[in-house]
Design a protein around this ligand. Structure first.
Ligand SMILES: Cc1cc2nc3c(=O)[nH]c(=O)nc-3n(C[C@H](O)[C@H](O)[C@H](O)COP(=O)(O)OP(=O)(O)OC[C@H]3O[C@@H](n4cnc5c(N)ncnc54)[C@H](O)[C@@H]3O)c2cc1C
Length: 815
């Protein structure tokens, strides 16, 4: 310990692993010197010291890839900057596929890599073997080389970050345990340590696998759970040298790299062992876990088939170390939704070394600027519900999440663990109809329905999956007849009080000062004019508004409301999600169906589009909202939960003669894609403005009082945009787009798809994606190009359109 404990600091960082040290380093780079990092034992003593040190570039999204690439750039120069060696070495990596499905997966990944700026080269099995002579390739279908991938020494790299932070003025203190996070009125104000108190303006929780317990002290959720993670190191093995690329053999759950003339073999077993559910010992530092040879033996056998030389090479070290996993294998980064000025960077799912540079830079920028520097929704602290911090949920999911890193990343893949947490009251009725459920935000939701006699189970592939034709029938029913969707998982908030209109109108880009009963589609923007939420606000009473949003955005929307409504405003926010179920009736025959269960006048004159009215259905009074996300005539029925089964039974009974069809979320997706309705988190986010997303119509620039982000949007309106969201339809009906497929305009890559689904009415895969052009993008630019979309390395001609390809004038919606 070099210095005594200060009484105050601008920022206190808890945890001296690679993440905490990176946050400290980057804060000092931005000129903040009053930064104190507290480590309960010694730097790197938690998980960091024993990491394998792989530094890959490609992640599942553009921004996550940007962060990983930044880490690499940083580690390259850190030694020269600080004088501390890092062991960084750009040895490259090879990923091999030993079956056709994996081959398609990595070819799709290689296409994605090209639009994220990651260099890849396809290799034949023989070429792969030439680069990795000890590898047996008889069963290999193909491989890709990532020449820029690297490895580093985690301990030395962390020490270099710590040294850089100290050089920038930060104070790093070891052997100081933080025992509490101090809060006042929902705001972090410092920490309590075993040696005394430090007051602070900002506290950052970088406590690794201890971060969940630490967060709880301030009422802040950090859903993560430790799991056992194995690697082994052999004795010296001829042919292993430091320039050998890292080798990933995901079909056998293994990765390999050289370690001082030996071979390091790491495992991502499909059935992991969660660890530390009852708390992690105080004495756990530079420690490992008991290793179970029987457990790893089956993987070792497979490894011997891949690297036959292993058969006669001894294992020098079998290592079992704990690492933190989150329920969706994405880390936590940002300000805590529950506690202002408390930031978190934890739960790194075995990619903490490669992520640390980028994550530390992003968090430091966020702290200094007061807002996220780029769209960090993938790793947002507001992407989950509070129940997902429960230890049982985390324990159960962690068995699956570790292995998923190397499992097939199938389209529509659903979790097998921690299921059944939240169910609509209609769940069992839908099950009886053949529903195949998927999970979102803990909700079990019908994704598609199997016909009688067929199993409601996914058979995954990259092509048309087993449900394709059944789902096509659901789609057709909504386009031509009537479909029923259970959308009870919608998150619903009532915002009420004398100041509700004024407060919400500042948050909403559209004008919500409308008559009672009117519904408004709007975005919520930040000061830079980019999108934080995409939802509907309906005035249900003079001083009361119903906000409906997607379940995955529940915490984000709630937090945004709380943070953007003045503390002294007369406004109350109530989460009414559980009290209101939602049955959505969509299709040209929806009016006819509702006329059969209610005497309410549903004509367009009496019940116009985008309005809400109370109506009686059987014994129930429901709030009916005439709206659509599917491009047809339809009503969302908001029903008090205990009445929902009764209303459902009536609808199903009366709908029989009309051919009413139960429809799932995959149908919702195919319908909304054809109508080019956007989805937050995919097509929209904090890197996009409504102008770029083609949503200017939902911004009211003339309303009194303005709205958050208006200034930035006005500037953009004046200068024009250099990207624009466009809808794409493949000319060939066969290929399947999912998302992240590169888009070419006149042979030049201009962007990638943000979401996609098969459009059964349009007769091919439909996608949305941004078209970028530095010199500006306007309708002429879009319309004058010839487009192609690349899928698994092959380009397909596509039609591009700024207007929805299905019902461009919305005539069907307003009949
Ligand atoms: C076997 C194995 C192999 C891996 N291989 C790779 C790899 O190849 N590439 C890669 O990118 N990642 C890899 N990882 C993952 C990587 O090691 C982690 O993601 C990363 O080290 C996490 O860093 P951290 O700073 O969040 O956690 P930690 O290193 O655990 O740091 C957290 C620190 O907080 C301290 N702390 C906790 N509570 C308190 C408190 N109350 N007061 C003060 N201090 C506190 C702890 O003592 C600890 O030092 C691997 C992990 C394992 C287990």
């Amino acid at each position: 310990m070099s210095k005594s404990l200060p009484t105050h600091a601008q920022v206190v960082i808890v945890g001296g692993g690679i993440i905490g040290c990176s946050v400290a380093y980057h804060l000092t780079k931005l000129g903040w010197r009053d930064v104190v990092l507290l480590e309960r034992r010694q730097l790197t003593c938690g998980t960091t010291w024993h990491a394998a040190g792989l530094v890959a570039q490609l992640r599942a999204s553009e921004n996550m890839t940007r962060l990983a690439r930044y880490s690499q750039e940083l580690y390259k120069t850190l030694e020269a900057e600080t004088g501390q060696a890092t062991g960084f070495h750009q040895c490259g990596a090879i990923t091999v596929a030993s079956n056709s499905a994996r081959w398609e997966e990595i070819r799709r990944q290689a296409s994605m890599a090209s639009c994220f700026g990651v260099e890849t080269h396809e290799l034949s099995p023989a070429q792969a073997q030439e680069m990795w002579p000890l590898m047996q390739v008889d069963d290999i279908v193909g491989a890709f080389h990532f020449p820029q991938d690297a490895r580093t020494n985690p301990t030395d790299t962390t020490q270099a970050l710590a040294k850089g932070a100290r050089m920038g003025g930060a104070t790093i203190l070891e052997n100081i345990k933080v025992t509490d996070i101090l809060t006042v009125s929902g705001k972090a104000v410092g920490v309590e340590t075993e040696q005394g108190t430090i007051k602070a303006d900002i506290v950052v929780n970088c406590g690794g696998m201890w971060a969940r317990e630490l967060g709880k002290k301030a009422g802040s959720r950090v859903p993560l759970h430790a799991a056992e993670h194995y690697y082994m190191i052999t004795e010296n093995l001829e042919g292993m040298h430091s320039n050998l690329p890292v080798l990933r053999d995901m079909d056998n759950h293994a990765y390999y790299r050289e370690e001082t003339g030996k071979l390091l073999l790491g495992l991502f077993e499909p059935d992991a062992v969660p660890w530390g559910q009852d708390g992690i010992s105080e004495h756990f530092f530079f420690d490992d876990l008991p290793a179970d040879m029987d457990r790893v033996y089956p993987y070792l056998e497979k490894a011997m088939q891949r690297i036959p030389a292993l058969e006669h090479t001894g294992i020098q070290l079998l290592f079992n170390g704990p690492e933190s996993f989150t329920p969706d294998d994405r880390y936590w980064l940002g300000e805590s939704p529950e506690t202002n000025n408390l930031f978190v960077a934890a739960g790194f799912n075995s990619v903490g070394i490669q992520s640390a540079g980028g994550a530390g830079k992003m968090l430091a920028d966020w702290i200094v600027k007061g807002r996220q520097p780029i769209d960090l929704w993938d790793v947002s602290t507001t992407r989950m519900m509070s129940f997902q911090n429960s230890s049982q949920y985390l324990y159960d999911r962690t068995k699956e999440s570790l292995g998923l890193l190397y499992e097939m990343h199938w389209p529509f893949r659903q979790y097998n663990t921690a299921r059944g947490a939240r169910k609509s009251i209609l769940h069992d009725k839908l099950l009886a109809q053949g529903a195949c459920f998927g999970e979102l935000a803990g909700w079990e939701r019908a994704n598609w329905y199997a016909p009688e006699g067929e199993k409601a189970e996914y058979e995954y592939s990259f092509g048309r999956q087993n449900w394709f034709n059944w789902q096509a029938e659901e789609h057709q029913a909504v386009r031509e007849g009537v479909g029923l969707f259970d959308q009870s998982s919608f998150s619903k908030f009532m915002v009420q009080g004398r100041d509700a209109e004024a407060a919400l109108n500042r948050i909403c880009a559209n004008n919500i000062a409308v008559p009672v009963g009117k519904s408004v589609y709007t975005q919520w923007l930040n000061e830079t004019g980019t999108i934080e939420a995409d939802l509907t606000v309906t005035r249900v009473e003079t001083d009361g508004f119903l906000i409906v949003t997607a379940p995955a955005t529940h915490t984000h929307v709630h937090t945004w409301l709380k943070r953007n409504i003045a503390a002294d405003a007369r406004v109350v926010i109530n989460d009414v999600t559980s009290g209101l179920m939602c049955i959505n009736i969509q299709g040209p025959k929806s009016r006819e169906l509702l006329n059969r269960v209610s005497k309410h006048d549903l004509s367009s004159e009496a019940f116009p589009f985008a309005t809400l009215q109370e109506m009686e259905i059987g014994y129930a009074t429901v709030k009916a909202l005439r709206l659509t996300y599917m491009g047809e005539l339809g009503w969302e029925l908001y029903i008090p939960t205990e009445f929902a089964p009764h209303v459902y039974d009536l609808l199903v009974d009366k709908g029989r003669e009309l051919g009413l069809k139960h429809c799932g979320y995959h149908t919702l997706q195919s319908l909304r894609m054809e109508k080019a309705y956007r989805e937050f988190g995919h097509d929209l986010g904090a890197d996009d403005t409504p102008i770029e997303a083609g949503l200017s119509f939902a911004c009211d620039f003339n309303k009194s009082g303005g709205f958050i982000g208006k200034g930035a949007l006005l500037k953009q309106k004046e200068h024009g945009v250099n990207k624009r969201l466009v809808q794409f339809l493949l000319e060939d009906p066969e290929p399947m787009m999912y998302h992240n497929e590169p888009i070419y305009r006149d042979g030049e890559m201009v962007g990638y798809t943000t979401s996609a689904m098969y459009g059964h009415t349009l007769g091919a895969s439909v996608a949305m994606g941004f078209v970028n052009n530095e010199a500006g993008v306007n309708a002429d630019y879009i319309n004058s190009g010839t487009y192609e979309v690349e899928i698994a390395g092959k380009r397909y001609a596509a039609k591009a359109s700024l207007r929805p390809l299905y019902d461009p004038k919305s005539e069907r919606v307003k009949v």
